[in-house]
Design a protein around this ligand. Structure first.
Ligand code: COA
Length: 415
């Protein structure tokens, strides 16, 4: 069966997490992703957080499926010529080096355009143009600079970063969209273009609702769905909202049976207005359905804390799965807090290919997250990540180098 990006060749100069997430998605959609790495070392994540000595880490293997790996010294003059040949053959160059690194290698936008005017050059950087554009950036820096950390956590505690890698993987997703969009535009214009996804911008895009709240706060001085209302105080900036829902339907995380020993025995409970009467019935507070102090969303806002405390008295008598089953019968929106262990063992996620078991020649079997985006005409087959330089000879041959030339380049340290 054909794949959506069949025939698209990606020169993958990415490393660590943000860029590799992007090119892995493109590979899953069928692009031929050629990852260029430094001989001997490769992507630094190959050796980071290793759980098995001398074997590519899960950090690396889980971000580099379906790619080919070639090792080229891009600072070696002959290595540069190999890279030029690759630039001429590929459709997209993706990189997430520190600012200026590609230029320092001699591959400026102008030079790349000379070599291949159809080339799309896609970059992840920490910041867009401005005071911080030259800074190196990692995940949590982006979460802090993009507004996520200041709005995450509880009011009486410090800013908190999220387990979701919204700075790295989130920006990789943004970049992938930019690339396929540029590829589409190229079919009309015949020209390549630059694509930039700055991590601060990507995080801020995901924190859009908090910029919404900043403006609401400035206009009205309060936000009734925040836990700070009605007894706490609001300052000048959007405060940390704990586990409040962030939308128009109040929600909170509540304890379930077993919470004393299981750190994940909790459920997210949403007091959605249309099912309020059903919620009252389930928790045994039928009178709240008609009591003017509780019957309408506006009436409930001043005492949400007490309402959730009452609901929690009920959820604490059920496991999170029992509560989920009962609440779903009445269309009450809720969700169990699932641990990574529970997610890894969930059969339905295995069935859809969202969790996949992969076999690797040196590591053996491991679990990974498959393609979260499902296309009906372009199914994803998750293939193991490449060993360092595994495809150097293969790719060099495709570029037209003879076995003798390959051997000479190897001796010269260019590949
Ligand atoms: N051959 C020769 N040299 C190579 C090479 C190759 N195949 N591949 C990379 N290099 C060189 C680069 O040219 C660069 O050299 P220079 O500094 O002399 O110009 C050098 O390796 C290191 O690259 P750099 O990107 O600076 O790596 P780093 O480990 O110092 O920084 C980051 C890592 C992630 C902080 C930085 O790359 C960055 O800020 N990236 C943009 C934002 C980003 O994506 N962050 C999230 C990562 S998950």
């Amino acid at each position: 069966m054909s794949k959506a990006l069949d025939g698209v060749r990606i020169l993958d100069f990415t490393h660590v997490q943000s860029g590799p997430t992007c090119t892995q998605l493109l590979a899953w959609f069928g692009a031929d992703v050629i990852k260029v790495e430094r001989a001997g070392a490769g992507d630094i994540t190959r050796e980071q957080l290793r759980d098995i000595p001398d074997v590519d880490s899960l950090y690396f293997t889980m971000l580099n499926h379906n790619k080919r790996s070639v090792t080229i010294d891009t600072k070696n003059p002959e290595g540069k010529l190999v890279l030029e040949a690759l630039i001429q053959k590929c459709d997209v160059l993706v990189e997430n080096f520190a600012p200026g690194a590609l230029d320092r290698m001699g591959f400026t936008w102008e030079r790349i355009q000379e070599l291949n005017p159809r080339m799309i050059v896609a970059s992840v950087k920490g910041f867009g143009p401005g005071p911080y554009e030259d800074c190196k950036v990692y995940e949590n820096v982006a979460q802090c600079a993009g507004g996520a950390a200041s709005t995450t956590g509880f009011d009486d505690g410090p800013p908190v970063v999220s387990g979701a890698q919204i700075g790295d993987s989130g920006t990789g997703l943004h970049l992938a969209l930019g690339i396929v969009t540029a590829l589409y535009q190229r079919t009309l214009t015949g020209r390549g273009q630059k694509v930039l996804a700055a991590m601060q911008d990507g995080v801020l895009n995901l924190c859009r609702v908090k910029l919404r709240d900043q403006q609401r706060l400035e206009r009205t001085g309060t936000m009734k769905e925040y836990p700070q209302y009605p007894n706490g105080t609001f300052g000048e900036a959007v405060p940390r909202a704990g586990n409040a829902s962030g939308g128009g339907q109040p929600g909170w995380i509540l304890k379930c049976k077993g919470w004393e020993t299981d750190p994940n025995a909790y459920i997210y409970f949403i007091t959605q207005a249309p099912v309020w009467a059903k919620i009252c019935n389930v928790i045994g507070k039928e009178e709240w359905a008609t009591d003017p102090n509780y019957a309408t969303p506006a009436a409930r806002l001043p005492h949400l804390k007490d309402i959730f405390a009452e609901i929690e008295r009920w959820t604490m008598t059920k496991t999170k799965f029992e509560a989920m089953q009962i609440l779903n019968k009445y269309d009450i929106p809720c969700g169990p807090i699932l641990s990574m262990k529970e997610i890894a063992e969930e059969p339905s996620l295995r069935k859809t290919g969202t969790i996949v078991e992969v076999d690797h020649p040196t590591r053996g079997k491991y679990l990974t997250v498959g393609n979260p985006i499902k296309l009906s005409d372009s199914p994803t087959e998750v293939k193991r990540s490449p060993l360092l330089g595994e495809h150097t000879d293969e790719v060099m041959t495709e570029l037209g180098y003879s076995p003798e030339q390959i051997s000479a380049l190897r001796t010269a340290g260019a590949i």
